[in-house]
Design a protein around this ligand. Structure first.
Ligand SMILES: [Zn+2]
Ligand SMILES: [Zn+2]
Length: 212
């Protein structure tokens, strides 16, 4: 499976635009899902183009939560490719879109799970691989500990990718093999220093290739 960060607060390349927000393309188990859409649709589409990602190849969108830095690009993306949108149940999806509201944990495709909407705000996605679950998060508003424990019902988490906000319970990362704390993560440096062997630098253009 492959995860490509297409929208993030930082950028890995000069031709890719950094902006506060998050989005990544998840290619796993025969599916191509866009996780969140960043803050600005034109910037999202420009970054995708620069990364050689055809928006028409995206099958579905998974929205973690309805903060503008994750949903701002949704309308523009749907105007290009009106795919199905999985969104947390407390949110109102764009009118006319093919939206699936998720409240409880569920399997959206074989081996691809939503934790369900946690703390009334945010869902995360977990993908089953031979090494364990790859968990992708938006801002981790419900708390990283809570998200990982919700994901654990589907398997053993082995990778965590996305925004961790003010998360500081670093020992929770101990059992993981890969951590890519990016977007709104305030304590990236502490995580990098504590877990240099697990740490992967985020930013637009980061590609994480993991065994299926
Ligand atoms: Zn947020
Ligand atoms: Zn955010």
């Amino acid at each position: 499976m492959k995860i490509t960060i297409v929208y993030d607060n930082t950028s890995r390349r000069k031709d890719l635009e950094a902006d506060w927000g998050f989005s990544c393309l998840i290619e796993a188990r025969g599916h191509r899902l866009l996780f969140d859409t960043g803050a600005d649709g034109r910037r999202l589409l420009r970054n995708m183009q620069a990364l050689g990602i055809d928006p028409m190849g995206v099958e579905e969108i998974f929205i973690s939560h309805y903060h503008l830095d994750h949903t701002g690009g949704l309308q523009d993306f749907l105007a290009v490719n009106p795919v199905r949108v999985y969104c947390p149940a407390s949110c109102r999806p764009p009118a006319g879109s093919d939206a699936v509201a998720i409240s409880a944990a569920m399997e959206i495709h074989p081996g691809i799970y939503s934790t369900g909407e946690l703390a009334g705000i945010e869902q995360s996605i977990a993908i089953d691989t031979e090494k364990g679950l790859v968990v992708v998060v938006g801002c981790s508003h419900p708390g990283v500990t809570e998200i990982l424990s919700a994901a654990s019902t589907f398997g053993k988490p082995y990778a965590l990718i996305g925004g961790l906000h003010g998360f500081r319970e670093f020992q929770v990362l101990e059992p993981l093999e890969l951590v890519c704390p990016t977007h709104c993560t305030r304590h990236k440096e502490e995580i990098r220093i504590l877990y240099p062997g697990k740490y992967v630098e985020g930013g637009v253009g980061t590609v994480i290739d993991l065994p299926d």
